[in-house]
Design a protein around this ligand. Structure first.
Ligand code: SF4
Length: 367
């Protein structure tokens, strides 16, 4: 049953997402507007409506002549995605959204409101080609890369719901963005970097968010990690390591057969050096697989004295999977081993478990 406002058609396979204002640099926007026969400064006006006012309904663009509004809106702000459903938990302060894109593809984003901050977790690809065996998204494979605008619009929609008081706690602003939803962000490099620019360019060219509030995760695509370091940005890099030794990591993160732990860590330290930011090491604790004390010790030896913080993630098991979260005593010992070597570590809050919070689970259920 279609949800009101939902796009119900499916574009032919391989069709490109419609071009949108958020795909374009400010210069490209002026060219696009001029190509419509409009004055180039209208590009700045439309940008202000979309990025600064979060308003894409041309009926509200009173500074633009009525005759131009629909033309500009249909050319620069095509419908990109529609809500299939929202699922909430934690007193409605965690809200996961399943989106249907123009071609029927499904992706997810999650908004998490804490007492002192709001974080959104967004998708950069539909599906993922990295094939990590413990991950729901990995099991379905890669459908396609998202466009820059499809990435940015997840945030615009989240900012609107915060502004409009849809999330309990009153109107709020977004503080943090993590590229930890569906997909390997660095496998969609250009579109992801374009999205970071749109998110952080000052209004009205972009949303004016802080680069320091953005975290980009990767399983360790070494050349792309070096390229990101060359961008001279202040976003945080989160490396999904999950094992300190190649033998196990080859099986948990198959891309490790291409770039080994030592190479991946070297690329992470290079990024830390260039960006001035601590690298986050993500480590999903999986019972009897990667949670032994000796592995914690090995991990600590490889990380100590570097600009790093370890995030331990109790595994959120996917339905029908043999992988499950570590025993509490093993988790405690893992933390103790890292702390013994002076490596900063936290165990991540596992919000959203009751709403299929791990990436890809809601989309998998829908399929
Ligand atoms: S864990 Fe991340 S990189 Fe691995 S398959 Fe899942 S989404 Fe892809």
């Amino acid at each position: 049953m279609p949800v009101p406002g939902e796009l119900t058609f499916a574009a032919p396979r391989g069709a490109k997402p419609p071009r949108h204002l958020a795909d374009l640099t400010p210069g490209e926007r002026r060219e696009a507007v001029a190509a419509l026969g409009e004055k180039p400064f209208r590009a700045g006006q439309v940008s202000r409506h979309y990025f600064a006012r979060l308003a894409d309904d041309p009926a509200h663009w009173t500074d633009i002549p009525a005759a131009s509004r629909d033309r500009l809106a249909s050319d620069l702000l095509p419908d990109l995605m529609s809500v299939v459903r929202h699922v909430s938990c934690d007193g409605d302060t965690t809200r996961k959204t399943l989106w249907r894109l123009f071609d029927g593809t499904l992706v997810e984003s999650v908004l998490m409101r804490y007492p002192d901050r709001v974080t959104m977790c967004i998708s950069s690809q539909a599906g993922c080609g990295m094939n990590c065996p413990f991950c729901a998204t990995g099991q379905a494979g890669l459908t396609r890369n998202l466009s820059t605008a499809e990435i940015v619009h997840q945030i615009v929609a989240g900012m609107r719901s915060l502004r409009d008081g849809e999330i309990p706690g009153g109107a709020a602003r977004l503080n943090n963005i993590v590229f930890m939803g569906m997909g390997e962000p660095l496998a969609n490099y250009k579109k992801v970097v374009g999205a970071i620019r749109r998110l952080t360019d000052p209004e009205p060219d972009g949303l004016g968010l802080s680069q320091r509030g953005i975290t980009v995760s990767t399983v360790g695509l070494v050349p792309a990690m070096h390229r990101l370091a060359d961008e001279d940005m202040k976003v945080r890099l989160a490396l999904s390591l999950h094992a300190p030794d190649d033998e196990l990591r080859d099986t948990l993160v198959p891309v490790n057969t291409r770039w080994k732990v030592s190479e991946v860590l070297d690329a992470a330290w290079n990024y830390a050096e260039r960006s001035g930011r601590r690298v986050s090491i993500e480590y999903a604790l999986i019972k009897d697989i990667n949670d032994q004390a000796w592995r914690a010790d090995l991990l600590a030896r490889k990380l100590k004295n570097h600009r790093v913080h370890v995030n331990l993630i109790p595994l959120n098991p996917t339905p029908g999977s043999k992988w499950t979260a570590s025993r509490p005593e093993d988790e405690r010992e893992f933390v103790r081993q890292l702390e013994k070597h002076g490596v900063p570590v936290t165990v991540r809050d596992t919000r959203g478990q009751e709403i299929d919070g791990a990436c890809g689970q809601l989309a998998a259920a829908e399929r």
